[in-house]
Design a protein around this ligand. Structure first.
Ligand SMILES: [Zn+2]
Length: 417
């Protein structure tokens, strides 16, 4: 792949250029001139910002967007989602994920953390779309027994490990209530052996906490820690009901929490991720959309506004989360595991960045960080670059019409829409 040079972008009030080679930023600064043979973009004064990281989703669930969306959680799962998921083919997951990727590219997400069936089809879609993802097939105890689940998971892990550099591998046991202690321990061992991430839903509902205390005599994070599963490669999605002691334990172990405010509001879980306590305890925190089945959007900038608003509201304190800090949460810059642990837009950082419509009504006047969090949505993104590849220019993602048509076909095959 050839090099890409962007000139004439705006950053912190200065005009800058960026040169990218082999998926990495090699130079960033003023007065950058493209080398002969470089692909070039003249940003024409557009603001340059880091790309976003979606810390928790189920990408292929775009196929189920709005399907049974007004039902209570368990009826939604039992009457709508689980019956269609039982019929899923790899091509359904592939086109559902391509649809998700198209939306993420349009709205500025470069990397996402996925948990879904047929993870190899997800990986294929991510590579074809040009994004990056950490992917795990979900583990459940429900059907087929533990041995069958383990065999399936091992096959998925091997298949994912054989894919290209855009794909990272995770073990993804669904939750502490849907997975036995034995299978959780096994997943932890596999993750440790393979240097893979460990991605799990934790403390999403109050009922989960009550049942965990009844069954295991400990709150969810303490229970996971007892099994040796809280570590630097652990990602905990939701965390709505984590208390201070759990958050201190999570910080001590170096695990990451991912808030999913819109999915929590839509499923009416009755609480808010305790961000100020998590931050003050030193927990690495990221932001996720959760699946399009329970959000229903993958526009992380839109969710960022919700995140900031519910935090301010829950704390009854408008100073609790400054806009610049909120943006850092959405770019993975406050969670080394999600963001790669390297300051974005510096030499050596992944070449993942956005050019914004700086002259749009939402961004044209005032402070960029504040406007991005509170005024703009993903439609403010003009250009998306991931691993030094231009995936969107002028708001157009190549092939979108075909992707939408193919995904709609797959959804109809499943009896939706
Ligand atoms: Zn989820």
């Amino acid at each position: 792949m050839g090099a890409l040079t962007v000139t004439g972008a705006q950053r912190d009030g200065e005009t800058v250029g960026v040169r990218c080679e082999d998926g990495t930023i090699t130079v960033i600064g003023a007065d950058l001139t493209p080398a002969p043979g470089d692909e070039t973009i003249d940003a024409g004064g557009m603001p340059l910002v880091p790309a976003l990281v979606n810390g928790h989703t189920h990408a292929a669930m775009t196929l189920f967007r709005g399907y049974g969306g007004d039902l209570p959680l368990m009826r939604w799962l039992q009457e709508k989602i689980w019956p269609v998921e039982a019929q899923l083919e790899a091509e359904d997951v592939y086109w559902g994920t391509r649809l998700a990727c198209a939306e993420m590219i349009r709205t500025g997400t470069a990397r996402f953390w996925d948990m879904y069936w047929q993870p190899e089809a997800t990986a294929r879609a991510v590579e074809d779309a040009g994004l990056r993802a950490t992917i795990g097939g979900p583990l459940f105890d429900a059907d087929g027994g533990t041995a069958e689940m383990q065999a399936l998971a091992l096959a998925d892990l091997d298949a994912l490990a054989a894919r290209g550099p855009a794909i990272d591998v995770a073990l993804a046991p669904h939750s502490i209530y849907a997975v036995s202690e034995e299978l959780l321990r096994w997943a932890g061992e596999q993750a440790a052996e393979r240097g893979a991430a460990f991605h799990i839903h934790l403390s999403e509902t109050e009922q989960e906490v009550v049942e965990c205390i009844e069954r295991h005599g400990a709150r969810p994070a303490a229970y996971l820690d007892r099994l040796g599963l809280l570590g630097e490669r652990t990602v905990l999605a939701h965390g709505v009901w984590l208390d201070r002691a759990e958050l201190e334990l999570i910080a001590e172990r170096g695990a990451t929490a991912v808030a999913n405010p819109v999915a929590n509001l839509k499923l009416a879980v009755g609480g808010v991720f305790p961000y100020p306590i998590a931050r003050d305890a030193g927990v690495a925190v990221g932001l996720g959309t959760d699946g399009a089945g329970s959000n229903d959007s993958l526009d992380l900038l839109a969710d960022l506004k919700t995140f900031a608003l519910v935090q301010r509201h829950a704390a009854a304190d408008p100073t609790v989360l400054p806009a610049t800090e909120a943006l850092e949460v959405a770019t993975g810059n406050r969670a080394p595991l999600l963001g790669g642990g390297i300051e974005p837009l510096t030499p050596g950082a992944p070449a993942d960045f956005l050019l914004l419509r700086g002259d749009s009504p939402e961004l044209g006047v005032g402070n960029l960080a504040s406007n991005l969090v509170y005024a703009a949505s993903g439609s403010a993104v003009d250009t998306t670059v991931v691993a030094g590849r231009v995936l969107m220019r002028d708001g157009e993602v190549e092939g979108t019409a075909e992707i939408v048509a193919r995904a709609a076909e797959r959804a109809r095959r499943l009896g939706i829409g």
